[in-house]
Ligand binder design. Structure first.
Ligand code: ASP
Length: 451
């Protein structure tokens, strides 16, 4: 007998069906017992006059007849609330132990390390299921939107050379070339620029980025995903227009919400700081959950002073200075404005990008200002500078962060709530115990010693 899903019972009144799934709840009413069965499509009530040794979360297969419920027993809260399945036989496929925590709540009341240790059980809860389904719909919408706009999706390497985005790199030792290391990409920044040199003109990738930096609620430790986009022969306006079209449609079609203002307001970095005291601001007067308030911030300074560095890129070192300021690069670098653009939404920075430097001399100057020696420039970025020698189109792009957009869309307050298997802020992975020690044999093979 072929499988019937819970939701399909609505169309099968009077028919014999076979259901497969988990026992969501057991309610013993004396003469009869209700077993709510849960599968991918939802929940359906099943009922039996016999007692079965069945407990919640057991995996079962039930054969029975779909019956219409009498009017007074209809459950309007359930999509299958007008029917129930009268059990003819029930088979336990797999018994479930008592769960370490409840899964019928939103889960936020439970100790997070316990939730992450048993993430596969935590993910059985409705809220997380809905978050991950929405995430998939969003990614699929982005893919379709960009593909229809003539973009090509290209995967770039994970084992690679460092690309600075302001964080520490994760390093991977090489076995074949002893004493040498790969870095995991902080973003595909250099590869996407090389793809512009290669002539693809319109690129995107749903890209995993790896950054060893201190976690915050809106920034996952370790890894995150971004919609990485790059285009050739464009101005900043072209990039912003494409971005706002994509996000307006995404908000309306997938999130079923409204954007506060369209076209998205554009505000200079200076104005943002003056008006909101921050370059990540919320323009909503009251925090209406059905409205996403997107805006662009432009005219950032090219460089900034940080806690550890007297001068560092405000974005990354590949961002182009505005033409009128190029002459100030060496004499007064902190005054130089750039072609950086940030996308903010409901107080979160959801993406950043820029028009890039394509003049190898200006790029070298920027690296020098940032304190790189000529030798370092050559070993770290020689490949990119060299590529500019064979005809490089003007190009630029943007990379909205998937988890942050999800936070804005769902109102979740932490990136972990929109990620299937997130890392704890300590850097511990969920379920699998990493990082973990490696055995002596592997160390020997890599010619590494731990101290
Ligand atoms: N690579 C940049 C980032 O990860 C985005 C961009 O400049 O397109 O922030």
């Amino acid at each position: 007998m072929s499988r019937t899903y819970a939701l399909e019972c609505n169309q099968k009144i009077g028919k014999k069906v076979q259901l497969w799934g988990w026992i969501n709840t057991v309610r013993d009413h004396g003469k009869i017992t209700f077993y709510d069965l849960r599968d991918l499509t939802g929940i359906v009530q099943t009922v039996s006059r016999n007692k079965h040794k069945i407990t919640e979360e057991d995996v079962v297969s039930i054969k029975g007849i779909v019956k219409k419920r009498p009017d007074r027993l209809i459950n309007p809260l359930l999509k299958t609330g007008k029917v129930e399945v009268e059990i003819e036989s029930i088979q336990i496929i797999s018994k479930a132990n008592t769960l370490p925590f409840p899964i019928d709540t939103d889960g936020l009341e439970i100790d997070e390390s316990l939730r992450l240790k048993y993430r596969y059980l935590d993910l059985r809860r409705e809220r997380l299921k809905n978050n991950l389904r929405l995430r998939q719909q969003m990614l699929s919408f982005m893919r379709q939107f960009l593909t229809e706009s003539g973009f090509i999706e290209i995967e770039t390497p994970i084992l690679t050379k460092a690309t600075p985005e302001g964080a520490r790199d994760f390093l991977v030792p090489s076995r074949l070339q002893k004493g040498k290391f790969y870095a995991l990409p902080q973003s595909p920044q250099q590869y996407k620029q090389l793809l512009m040199v290669a002539g693809f003109e319109k690129y995107f990738q749903i890209a995993r980025c790896f950054r060893d930096e201190d976690p915050r609620s809106d920034r996952a430790y370790g890894e995150f995903t971004q919609l990485d986009v790059e285009m050739s022969y464009v101005t900043q306006d072209d990039i912003l227009e494409l971005t706002e079209r994509l996000f307006k449609e995404l908000t309306e079609k997938i999130f079923k919400k409204k954007v506060l203002k369209y076209p998205f307001p554009r505000i200079t970095h200076k104005e943002a700081i003056k008006k909101y005291g921050s370059d990540k601001f919320d323009m909503r007067i009251k925090k209406d959950p059905n409205v996403l308030s997107f805006a662009f911030v432009v005219d950032f300074p090219l460089f900034e002073k940080t806690k550890n560095q007297p001068i560092s890129p405000s974005h990354h070192p590949f961002t182009a200075p505005k033409d009128d300021y190029v002459h100030l690069l060496e004499s007064d670098p902190m005054k130089v404005l750039s072609w950086q653009h940030d996308l903010v939404c409901n107080g979160l920075e959801v993406g950043g990008g820029s028009i890039r430097i394509i003049d190898a001399e200006i790029q070298k100057k920027v690296f020098k200002i940032l304190g790189y020696s000529s030798r370092e420039i050559e070993t770290k970025f020689g490949h990119l500078l060299k590529s500019f020698g064979w005809g490089v189109p003007p190009h630029g792009g943007i990379a909205p962060g998937i988890e942050r957009i999800m936070m804005a869309a769902t109102g979740e307050e932490n990136t972990r709530e929109v990620t299937a298997f997130p890392m704890a802020s300590s850097g511990q992975t969920s379920v699998m115990d990493a990082p973990s020690a490696i055995d002596d044999g592997s160390l020997k093979e890599l010619k590494l010693k731990t101290i």
